[in-house]
Design a protein around this ligand. Sequence first.
Ligand code: C2E
Ligand code: MG
Ligand code: MG
Ligand code: MG
Length: 281
Amino acid sequence: YAAKDTKNGAVVYEPATTAAPPSRLLLLGDLRRALAEAEELVLYYQPKVALASGELCGVEALVRWHHPTRGLVAPAEFVPMAENTGLINLLTTHVLGRAVAQASAWRAAGWTVPVAVNLSPRCLTDPALRDRVEGLLTEHRLPAQLLRLEVTESAVMANPALATATLRGLHRLGVRLSIDDYGTGYSSMAYLKQLPVDELKIDRSFVVNLSGADDDDAVLVRSAVDLGHNLGMTVVAEGVEHAGQVEALRRLGCDIAQGYHYARPEPADHLRPWLQPAPAR
Ligand code: C2E
Ligand code: MG
Ligand code: MG
Ligand code: MG
Protein backbone atom coordinates (compact mmCIF):
# COMPACT_ATOMS: atom_id res chain seq x y z
CA TYR A 1 0.00 0.00 0.00
CA ALA A 2 1.41 3.30 -1.04
CA ALA A 3 0.86 6.44 0.97
CA LYS A 4 -0.29 9.42 -1.05
CA ASP A 5 -0.30 12.95 0.30
CA THR A 6 -3.51 14.91 -0.07
CA LYS A 7 -3.98 18.64 0.01
CA ASN A 8 -5.14 18.67 3.63
CA GLY A 9 -1.95 16.95 4.73
CA ALA A 10 -3.60 13.59 5.35
CA VAL A 11 -2.15 10.43 3.93
CA VAL A 12 -4.35 8.02 2.00
CA TYR A 13 -3.43 4.41 1.43
CA GLU A 14 -3.85 3.35 -2.14
CA PRO A 15 -3.46 -0.18 -3.44
CA ALA A 16 0.06 -0.76 -4.70
CA THR A 17 1.87 -3.88 -5.76
CA THR A 18 5.09 -3.14 -3.87
CA ALA A 19 4.71 -3.06 -0.08
CA ALA A 20 2.96 -5.82 1.88
CA PRO A 21 -0.31 -4.91 3.60
CA PRO A 22 0.02 -3.86 7.24
CA SER A 23 0.11 -6.64 9.79
CA ARG A 24 -3.46 -7.59 10.66
CA LEU A 25 -2.52 -8.58 14.18
CA LEU A 26 -0.88 -5.27 14.89
CA LEU A 27 -3.80 -3.34 13.39
CA LEU A 28 -6.33 -5.30 15.43
CA GLY A 29 -4.72 -4.24 18.70
CA ASP A 30 -4.59 -0.69 17.42
CA LEU A 31 -8.24 -0.82 16.37
CA ARG A 32 -9.38 -1.94 19.82
CA ARG A 33 -7.52 1.02 21.27
CA ALA A 34 -8.84 3.42 18.62
CA LEU A 35 -12.40 2.30 19.36
CA ALA A 36 -11.88 2.77 23.07
CA GLU A 37 -10.55 6.30 22.65
CA ALA A 38 -12.47 6.98 19.45
CA GLU A 39 -10.51 10.11 18.53
CA GLU A 40 -8.67 8.43 15.69
CA LEU A 41 -11.78 7.38 13.79
CA VAL A 42 -13.07 10.22 11.66
CA LEU A 43 -15.88 10.58 9.17
CA TYR A 44 -15.44 11.94 5.70
CA TYR A 45 -18.51 13.02 3.77
CA GLN A 46 -19.20 12.69 0.04
CA PRO A 47 -21.93 14.73 -1.69
CA LYS A 48 -24.81 13.12 -3.55
CA VAL A 49 -25.96 15.33 -6.39
CA ALA A 50 -29.33 15.47 -8.21
CA LEU A 51 -28.62 14.81 -11.90
CA ALA A 52 -31.41 17.11 -13.09
CA SER A 53 -30.57 20.21 -11.04
CA GLY A 54 -27.00 19.72 -9.86
CA GLU A 55 -28.19 20.33 -6.30
CA LEU A 56 -26.83 18.60 -3.23
CA CYS A 57 -29.40 16.07 -2.03
CA GLY A 58 -27.46 14.31 0.70
CA VAL A 59 -24.05 13.16 1.84
CA GLU A 60 -22.61 9.74 2.60
CA ALA A 61 -20.47 9.34 5.71
CA LEU A 62 -17.39 7.20 5.09
CA VAL A 63 -15.18 6.24 8.01
CA ARG A 64 -11.40 6.70 8.00
CA TRP A 65 -8.85 5.85 10.63
CA HIS A 66 -6.26 8.47 11.47
CA HIS A 67 -3.66 5.97 12.57
CA PRO A 68 -0.83 7.54 14.61
CA THR A 69 1.90 6.00 12.45
CA ARG A 70 0.17 4.69 9.34
CA GLY A 71 -1.66 7.88 8.42
CA LEU A 72 -5.18 7.81 7.04
CA VAL A 73 -6.32 4.20 6.71
CA ALA A 74 -9.19 3.35 4.34
CA PRO A 75 -12.22 1.37 5.58
CA ALA A 76 -11.37 -1.62 3.36
CA GLU A 77 -8.34 -2.09 5.66
CA PHE A 78 -10.21 -2.29 8.95
CA VAL A 79 -13.99 -2.58 8.54
CA PRO A 80 -13.75 -6.27 7.48
CA MET A 81 -11.49 -6.87 10.47
CA ALA A 82 -13.99 -5.20 12.76
CA GLU A 83 -16.70 -7.44 11.30
CA ASN A 84 -14.69 -10.58 11.91
CA THR A 85 -13.71 -9.75 15.47
CA GLY A 86 -16.97 -8.55 16.95
CA LEU A 87 -15.82 -4.93 17.06
CA ILE A 88 -18.26 -3.92 14.35
CA ASN A 89 -21.13 -2.94 16.65
CA LEU A 90 -18.80 -0.66 18.57
CA LEU A 91 -17.53 0.85 15.30
CA THR A 92 -21.06 1.31 14.00
CA THR A 93 -22.21 2.92 17.23
CA HIS A 94 -19.32 5.33 17.00
CA VAL A 95 -19.96 6.17 13.33
CA LEU A 96 -23.70 6.59 13.87
CA GLY A 97 -23.08 8.91 16.83
CA ARG A 98 -20.72 11.11 14.82
CA ALA A 99 -22.92 11.20 11.74
CA VAL A 100 -26.10 12.05 13.66
CA ALA A 101 -24.25 14.76 15.60
CA GLN A 102 -22.92 16.22 12.34
CA ALA A 103 -26.31 16.19 10.62
CA SER A 104 -27.74 17.90 13.68
CA ALA A 105 -24.98 20.54 13.68
CA TRP A 106 -25.51 21.25 9.96
CA ARG A 107 -29.23 21.58 10.58
CA ALA A 108 -28.63 23.99 13.45
CA ALA A 109 -26.49 26.06 11.05
CA GLY A 110 -29.40 26.19 8.59
CA TRP A 111 -28.35 23.37 6.25
CA THR A 112 -30.80 20.52 6.11
CA VAL A 113 -28.86 17.71 4.52
CA PRO A 114 -29.63 14.01 4.95
CA VAL A 115 -26.62 11.97 6.07
CA ALA A 116 -26.16 8.32 5.05
CA VAL A 117 -24.29 5.74 7.14
CA ASN A 118 -23.14 2.31 5.92
CA LEU A 119 -24.23 -0.72 7.92
CA SER A 120 -22.29 -3.99 7.95
CA PRO A 121 -24.09 -7.33 7.61
CA ARG A 122 -23.59 -8.05 11.30
CA CYS A 123 -25.43 -4.86 12.27
CA LEU A 124 -28.60 -6.17 10.68
CA THR A 125 -28.77 -8.97 13.20
CA ASP A 126 -27.98 -6.73 16.18
CA PRO A 127 -31.20 -6.57 18.23
CA ALA A 128 -30.01 -3.36 19.94
CA LEU A 129 -29.49 -1.36 16.73
CA ARG A 130 -32.99 0.09 16.47
CA ASP A 131 -33.02 1.40 20.05
CA ARG A 132 -29.52 2.79 19.65
CA VAL A 133 -30.52 4.71 16.54
CA GLU A 134 -33.68 5.97 18.23
CA GLY A 135 -31.64 7.08 21.24
CA LEU A 136 -29.17 9.00 19.07
CA LEU A 137 -31.93 10.74 17.11
CA THR A 138 -33.56 11.82 20.36
CA GLU A 139 -30.29 12.87 21.98
CA HIS A 140 -29.32 15.05 18.99
CA ARG A 141 -32.90 16.10 18.18
CA LEU A 142 -32.49 14.99 14.58
CA PRO A 143 -35.63 14.24 12.53
CA ALA A 144 -35.36 10.57 11.58
CA GLN A 145 -35.79 11.25 7.86
CA LEU A 146 -32.42 13.09 7.89
CA LEU A 147 -30.68 9.81 8.65
CA ARG A 148 -30.26 7.24 5.88
CA LEU A 149 -28.79 3.77 6.34
CA GLU A 150 -27.12 1.88 3.48
CA VAL A 151 -27.15 -1.91 3.38
CA THR A 152 -26.12 -4.36 0.68
CA GLU A 153 -28.41 -7.07 -0.62
CA SER A 154 -25.88 -9.68 0.44
CA ALA A 155 -26.09 -8.35 3.99
CA VAL A 156 -29.87 -8.79 3.91
CA MET A 157 -29.65 -12.24 2.32
CA ALA A 158 -27.21 -13.47 5.00
CA ASN A 159 -30.18 -13.61 7.37
CA PRO A 160 -33.26 -12.43 5.51
CA ALA A 161 -35.81 -12.85 8.32
CA LEU A 162 -33.81 -11.04 10.98
CA ALA A 163 -32.47 -8.38 8.60
CA THR A 164 -35.94 -7.61 7.29
CA ALA A 165 -37.25 -7.26 10.84
CA THR A 166 -34.39 -4.91 11.75
CA LEU A 167 -34.91 -2.79 8.64
CA ARG A 168 -38.67 -2.58 9.24
CA GLY A 169 -38.03 -1.43 12.80
CA LEU A 170 -35.67 1.29 11.59
CA HIS A 171 -38.10 2.31 8.86
CA ARG A 172 -40.88 2.69 11.44
CA LEU A 173 -38.67 5.21 13.24
CA GLY A 174 -38.71 7.24 10.02
CA VAL A 175 -35.12 6.43 9.05
CA ARG A 176 -34.56 6.10 5.27
CA LEU A 177 -32.95 2.99 3.81
CA SER A 178 -30.81 2.36 0.72
CA ILE A 179 -29.58 -0.73 -1.07
CA ASP A 180 -25.85 -0.19 -1.60
CA ASP A 181 -23.64 -1.67 -4.35
CA TYR A 182 -26.71 -2.82 -6.26
CA GLY A 183 -25.97 -5.40 -8.92
CA THR A 184 -22.92 -6.98 -7.31
CA GLY A 185 -24.40 -9.21 -4.66
CA TYR A 186 -26.69 -12.10 -4.19
CA SER A 187 -29.84 -10.47 -5.40
CA SER A 188 -33.38 -11.53 -4.72
CA MET A 189 -36.16 -9.53 -6.28
CA ALA A 190 -38.62 -11.13 -3.87
CA TYR A 191 -36.83 -9.57 -0.89
CA LEU A 192 -36.13 -6.31 -2.65
CA LYS A 193 -39.87 -5.88 -3.09
CA GLN A 194 -40.56 -6.59 0.58
CA LEU A 195 -37.92 -4.30 2.05
CA PRO A 196 -38.91 -0.80 3.14
CA VAL A 197 -36.17 0.66 0.96
CA ASP A 198 -36.59 3.90 -1.00
CA GLU A 199 -33.19 4.22 -2.70
CA LEU A 200 -31.16 1.96 -4.98
CA LYS A 201 -27.44 2.68 -5.40
CA ILE A 202 -26.03 1.18 -8.59
CA ASP A 203 -22.54 -0.15 -8.00
CA ARG A 204 -19.57 1.71 -9.41
CA SER A 205 -18.56 -1.29 -11.54
CA PHE A 206 -21.53 -0.65 -13.86
CA VAL A 207 -20.76 3.05 -14.10
CA VAL A 208 -17.01 2.98 -14.68
CA ASN A 209 -17.19 2.16 -18.40
CA LEU A 210 -20.46 3.94 -19.09
CA SER A 211 -20.16 6.10 -22.18
CA GLY A 212 -22.23 7.51 -25.00
CA ALA A 213 -22.51 4.14 -26.71
CA ASP A 214 -25.44 1.83 -26.01
CA ASP A 215 -23.17 -0.80 -24.47
CA ASP A 216 -23.87 -3.66 -22.05
CA ASP A 217 -23.34 -1.44 -19.02
CA ALA A 218 -25.90 1.04 -20.34
CA VAL A 219 -28.40 -1.82 -20.67
CA LEU A 220 -27.72 -2.94 -17.10
CA VAL A 221 -27.93 0.58 -15.70
CA ARG A 222 -31.18 1.20 -17.55
CA SER A 223 -32.72 -1.99 -16.19
CA ALA A 224 -31.64 -1.09 -12.65
CA VAL A 225 -33.14 2.39 -13.08
CA ASP A 226 -36.39 0.89 -14.37
CA LEU A 227 -36.53 -1.69 -11.58
CA GLY A 228 -35.90 0.97 -8.94
CA HIS A 229 -38.46 3.36 -10.37
CA ASN A 230 -41.06 0.62 -10.73
CA LEU A 231 -40.59 -0.17 -7.04
CA GLY A 232 -40.97 3.52 -6.19
CA MET A 233 -37.30 4.09 -5.41
CA THR A 234 -34.85 6.86 -6.16
CA VAL A 235 -31.87 5.60 -8.15
CA VAL A 236 -28.29 6.69 -7.42
CA ALA A 237 -25.16 5.99 -9.49
CA GLU A 238 -21.93 5.44 -7.54
CA GLY A 239 -18.43 6.21 -8.74
CA VAL A 240 -19.21 8.93 -11.30
CA GLU A 241 -15.84 10.27 -12.37
CA HIS A 242 -16.39 12.21 -15.59
CA ALA A 243 -18.88 14.27 -17.56
CA GLY A 244 -19.49 11.53 -20.13
CA GLN A 245 -20.92 9.31 -17.40
CA VAL A 246 -23.11 12.16 -16.17
CA GLU A 247 -24.57 12.57 -19.67
CA ALA A 248 -25.16 8.83 -20.04
CA LEU A 249 -26.79 8.59 -16.60
CA ARG A 250 -29.11 11.52 -17.35
CA ARG A 251 -30.13 9.84 -20.59
CA LEU A 252 -30.75 6.54 -18.77
CA GLY A 253 -33.08 8.27 -16.31
CA CYS A 254 -30.90 7.98 -13.21
CA ASP A 255 -31.85 10.45 -10.44
CA ILE A 256 -28.73 11.06 -8.37
CA ALA A 257 -24.98 10.75 -8.85
CA GLN A 258 -22.07 10.42 -6.46
CA GLY A 259 -18.40 10.32 -7.33
CA TYR A 260 -15.09 12.07 -7.83
CA HIS A 261 -16.53 14.08 -10.75
CA TYR A 262 -18.46 16.07 -8.13
CA ALA A 263 -16.37 15.63 -5.01
CA ARG A 264 -14.24 13.16 -3.12
CA PRO A 265 -15.16 12.23 0.42
CA GLU A 266 -13.87 15.07 2.60
CA PRO A 267 -13.91 16.21 6.22
CA ALA A 268 -17.15 17.92 7.27
CA ASP A 269 -15.59 21.42 7.21
CA HIS A 270 -14.75 21.06 3.52
CA LEU A 271 -18.41 20.64 2.57
CA ARG A 272 -19.21 24.27 3.23
CA PRO A 273 -19.35 25.31 -0.47
CA TRP A 274 -21.87 22.53 -1.10
CA LEU A 275 -24.10 23.61 1.74
CA GLN A 276 -24.68 27.07 0.32
CA PRO A 277 -27.15 27.46 -2.53
CA ALA A 278 -25.06 27.02 -5.67
CA PRO A 279 -25.48 27.27 -9.44
CA ALA A 280 -26.08 24.06 -11.42
CA ARG A 281 -23.08 21.77 -11.59
P1 C2E B 1 -19.49 2.21 -0.34
O1 C2E B 1 -20.49 2.41 0.74
O2 C2E B 1 -19.96 1.63 -1.61
O3 C2E B 1 -18.82 3.62 -0.54
C1 C2E B 1 -18.37 4.12 -1.77
C2 C2E B 1 -16.86 3.99 -1.90
O4 C2E B 1 -16.47 4.43 -3.20
C3 C2E B 1 -16.07 4.86 -0.94
O5 C2E B 1 -14.85 4.21 -0.65
C4 C2E B 1 -15.81 6.11 -1.78
O6 C2E B 1 -14.68 6.85 -1.32
C5 C2E B 1 -15.55 5.48 -3.11
N1 C2E B 1 -15.82 6.39 -4.21
C6 C2E B 1 -16.70 7.41 -4.27
N2 C2E B 1 -16.70 8.01 -5.46
C7 C2E B 1 -15.78 7.36 -6.22
C8 C2E B 1 -15.30 7.51 -7.57
O7 C2E B 1 -15.74 8.37 -8.34
N3 C2E B 1 -14.36 6.62 -7.98
C9 C2E B 1 -13.86 5.65 -7.17
N4 C2E B 1 -12.90 4.86 -7.66
N5 C2E B 1 -14.28 5.47 -5.89
C10 C2E B 1 -15.24 6.32 -5.43
P2 C2E B 1 -14.32 4.10 0.86
O8 C2E B 1 -14.60 5.37 1.59
O9 C2E B 1 -12.93 3.59 0.80
O10 C2E B 1 -15.28 2.99 1.48
C11 C2E B 1 -15.27 1.70 0.98
C12 C2E B 1 -16.36 0.86 1.60
O11 C2E B 1 -16.16 0.70 2.99
C13 C2E B 1 -17.75 1.52 1.48
O12 C2E B 1 -18.28 1.27 0.18
C14 C2E B 1 -18.49 0.81 2.57
O13 C2E B 1 -18.95 -0.45 2.15
C15 C2E B 1 -17.41 0.60 3.62
N6 C2E B 1 -17.53 1.64 4.66
C16 C2E B 1 -17.13 2.93 4.63
N7 C2E B 1 -17.44 3.56 5.78
C17 C2E B 1 -18.07 2.64 6.55
C18 C2E B 1 -18.66 2.67 7.87
O14 C2E B 1 -18.67 3.70 8.57
N8 C2E B 1 -19.21 1.52 8.34
C19 C2E B 1 -19.22 0.36 7.58
N9 C2E B 1 -19.78 -0.73 8.10
N10 C2E B 1 -18.70 0.31 6.34
C20 C2E B 1 -18.13 1.43 5.84
MG1 MG C 1 -22.32 3.16 0.85
MG1 MG D 1 -21.64 1.53 -2.55
MG1 MG E 1 -19.30 0.30 -3.60
